[in-house]
Ligand binder design. Structure first.
Ligand code: NAI
Length: 303
């Protein structure tokens, strides 16, 4: 998978996973924008983390530019993309990876921290995607990788803010997948598991050692390559890879005149059963499937 002639932007690439992605894109021939404001795990402070990665890339003969802006600032993201285009002529790959944590149980969570985490992850992902969107449409080519998390897909104690942001990112990815398809813009989401400063205090030490960030890189490269799928949610860590899906089962139709809350309660085991589960191609399928189920009822049931 060769990225020669391509320009890749990786946000939050001063540390952890983003750094590994940036180095690998450079190794595979891409010109890389290394974005990172270089803050602490909670997003406070700044450093020259991005510049250090750029120097590493230069030392191995690659080409990269540092960008110390915050993904949570739309104008700064527009400016970052404009500079990449000016210097290298386009943007082919965007990896939205920048992230912060401000964990607390919901009872103790400050709403300012809730908003901050959403701003970095969810708004940050939307801002960068928006900043490259016109360019990718014009090019008739683009690959966007969003970073979700098991926390967003399944929930996690103490992470209401982070989980909400990471689940929001899935909705964003799925919609951009639909809107970008015509222009060969493919949008996927990755749910990594990696030993970084972010997971240092969360993962038990024995597990932490097995989850080197390099193990996530192959999935990220494939999901942003020319032959990438679109609309995939891929988990990656420690050499294990999997997919997750948002599914819908076959609607259960309650007959007219028997649609009270009590009727619903009686039917709950059928309504909540894994029956006929599959992945709708878009949100429009919900109504289509309900109408189909209504049509399929025995005619005596129909009004
Ligand atoms: P990390 O803390 O090593 O890297 C995140 C980077 O994002 C940092 O370098 C930080 O300075 C940068 N960043 C933070 N706010 C920024 C902003 N406003 N603008 C630009 N850069 C900013 O953490 P890690 O583990 O490498 O995380 C990368 C992504 O993967 C994050 O989105 C995280 O939520 C996600 N993730 C990581 C998991 C793991 O097991 N490490 C699990 C699930 C998701």
């Amino acid at each position: 998978m060769d990225f020669t002639g391509q320009v890749a932007i990786v946000t939050g690439a001063g540390n952890g996973l983003g750094k590994e992605y940036a180095l690998e894109f450079a190794r595979r021939g891409a010109k890389v924008v290394v974005n990172d404001l270089g803050g602490g795990i909670d997003g406070s402070g700044t450093s020259d983390a991005a510049q250090q990665v750029v120097e590493e890339i230069a030392a191995m003969g690659g080409e990269a530019m540092a960008n110390g802006a915050s993904v949570a600032d739309f104008e700064q993201m527009q400016d970052m993309v404009a500079k990449a285009r000016e210097r290298w002529g386009g943007v082919h790959v965007l990896v939205n990876n920048a992230g912060v944590l401000r964990d607390k149980s919901f009872a103790k969570m400050d709403m300012a921290d809730f908003e901050f985490v959403l701003r970095v992850h969810l708004f940050g992902s939307a801002y960068t995607a928006k900043a490259v969107w016109e360019i990718m449409r014009e090019q008739n080519y683009g690959r966007i990788l969003m970073t979700t998390s098991a926390s967003g897909l399944f929930g996690n104690f103490g992470q209401a803010n982070y989980a909400a942001a990471k689940a929001g990112i899935v909705g964003l990815a799925k919609t951009l997948h639909l809107e970008g398809a015509k222009y060969d813009i493919r949008v996927n989401a990755i749910a990594p598991l990696a030993a970084t400063r972010m997971t240092e205090d969360i993962l038990p030490e024995a597990i932490f050692r097995q989850f080197a960030p390099e193990n996530v890189v192959p999935a990220a490269v494939f999901l942003t390559g020319r032959d990438a799928p679109s609309n995939a949610i891929v988990g990656a860590g420690a050499g294990g890879f999997h997919c997750s899906w948002m599914t819908m089962n076959t609607p259960v139709v309650l007959p007219e005149g028997a649609r009270s809350a009590e009727d619903f309660a009686r039917a709950w085991s059928r309504i909540s059963a894994h029956q006929g589960d599959n992945v709708p191609a878009s949100g429009m399928e919900q109504s289509e499937r309900v109408l189909k189920a209504l049509k399929a009822r025995p005619s005596a049931d129909r009004s």
